[in-house]
Design a binder for this molecule. Sequence first.
Ligand code: CA
Length: 233
Amino acid sequence: MANPVILVIEDDTPVRNLIVTTLKTHEYRFLTAKNGAEAVMMATSHNPEVVFLDLGLPDMDGIDVIRQIRSWSNMPIIVISARSDDADKIEALDAGADDYLTKPFSVDELLARLRVTIRRLSLMTGDGGSDHSVYTNGKPTIDHSAGVAYLDGEELKLTSMEYKLLCLLARNTGKVLTHTYITQNIWGRSWDNDVASLRVFMTTLRKKIEPGPVSPKYIQTHVGIGYRMLKVD
Ligand code: CA
């Protein structure tokens, strides 16, 4: 992706300056907005590649900014929120945000999230060719038309639940999926015991695709929030 434009939505001047300075230093192009109304206008008129969105804005709830942008665009949105607000992050992810950054965050964290998102973006815009029936990410491969997954060329013996779960994560590579989103996609509902079952299926799926149980390479856990499939080289 050649020099993407990043829209920074943040009313807090020191935080906004920190983000903007970081982007400038790393030669990203950027735009800024100080409130929700300005943010929606900027997103509409400039069609940025990535959005950083503070959830606590003076004129509008950040969640509503996500909903408005999502009504016409899939542009990646990285939410910025305070440490204590897991519920806010979950609501933002369910409204269509792609990732989140917790205040206070480091410049390295900000850049790492941005890199993950830009990778996801180039995946979405498909410079990997037009064949979407086969998904490859490191060693796991999914042949959607055959309904079979492989690891390093060997067929994986997955239960139908594990296969569904793997496909859902793969389809959303780079994006944090909440427990609610996953259970609703797999079971069509989200009860407490579905989240418990999800943990069990996730454990068995990981045993089959992860190289080691200690530090997962493909499926990242976001404690209290959900899971994300990472793009691996
Ligand atoms: Ca704020």
